[in-house]
Write a protein that binds this ligand. Structure first.
Ligand code: DGL
Length: 286
């Protein structure tokens, strides 16, 4: 493999639009970097599809980003893919620096005053050995109530395609949020109540206003985008791979790619990203 260049882009992928919440944080932390985002929208959601499938997709995407875009860093902007495939990606792509995303249980345990934290994530993430280890490492002084949210990532994905405010999928997203928050139990700041909520799926960041309504104003909601972005900066710094800001004075360009028609990704980018996109196109992967 030729030596990595500091002008190379950072590759970011997710099953769909959820990783845009991570891309947003990355771009804020590293405005001069170039980014290539790949949404596997033809196969979204990953959360209910099983490990073997998610591993196969993750590896195909990572290889594509390396071979077609010569990325210098890979950000797995998907908790489900990180849980299922991060080890496989590390062993198959040993030369590429890699950052994964996992539910922020440690910061949540640190913040919670009631020592009771709610966690929303996909079925795949929750069933993974990696999540089991994370949970046991952080459960000494904190009780975690964990809820798998079947259908929620899909509903969020769909809701970006419909015009606001009367979108049917938004209503579906609202109903699923209410169901899963209800299943977790009472939120609040009294003893026994959950005072902290972890968003263990990058899609759920886009449902935060709905979750906030349900949890109440005093609850801390934790997601991982900013922490992932700081870790990406650290890795690039360590490897002397940060872009020279003088080479990208107006900010690095951001390309979006999807394995399906670009409409959902384009709509989501328009709604949730605050920087210009240089292209949004379909790619075909093996
Ligand atoms: N956004 C992903 C995650 O963080 C995956 C959601 C899905 O595809 O089910 O887990």
């Amino acid at each position: 493999m030729p030596p990595l260049s500091s002008n190379a882009p950072i590759g970011v992928f997710d099953s769909g639009i959820g990783g845009l919440s991570v891309l947003r944080a990355l771009r804020e932390e590293l405005p001069h970097e170039r980014f290539v985002y790949l949404a596997d929208s033809a196969h979204t959601p990953y959360g209910e599809k099983g490990d073997a499938f998610v591993r196969e997709r993750s590896l195909a995407i990572a290889r594509h980003l390396v071979s077609e875009h010569a990325i210098k860093l890979l950000v797995v902007a998907c908790n489900t893919a990180t849980a299922a495939a991060v080890h496989l990606l590390r062993s198959n792509l040993p030369d590429i620096a890699l950052v994964g995303v996992e539910p922020a249980l440690k910061p949540a345990a640190h913040c919670s005053r009631t020592h009771h934290v709610g966690v929303l994530a996909t079925r795949g993430t929750i069933a993974s050995a990696r999540f089991g280890e994370l949970l046991s490492r952080n459960s000494e002084h904190t009780h975690f109530s964990v809820q798998a949210c079947d259908g929620l990532a899909h509903a969020i994905e769909q809701s970006t395609l419909e015009p606001l405010p009367a979108a049917a999928s938004l209503e579906k997203t609202r109903a699923l949020c209410a169901r899963y928050m209800g299943a977790l139990g009472p939120f609040g700041t009294r003893d026994g109540e959950m005072d902290t909520l972890v968003l263990g799926c990058t899609h759920y960041v886009f449902a935060e206003p709905l979750l906030r309504e349900l949890a109440g104003p005093d609850i801390r909601i934790i997601e991982t985008g900013a922490a992932v972005a700081r870790q990406a900066r650290r890795l690039l710094q360590e490897r002397a791979l940060l872009t020279d800001p003088a080479a990208q004075p107006h900010g690095g360009d951001v390309g979006l790619y999807t394995t399906a028609a670009p409409s959902a990704l384009q709509a989501a980018a328009q709604r949730w990203l605050y920087f210009p996109i240089s292209r949004c196109a379909t790619v075909s992967l093996p």
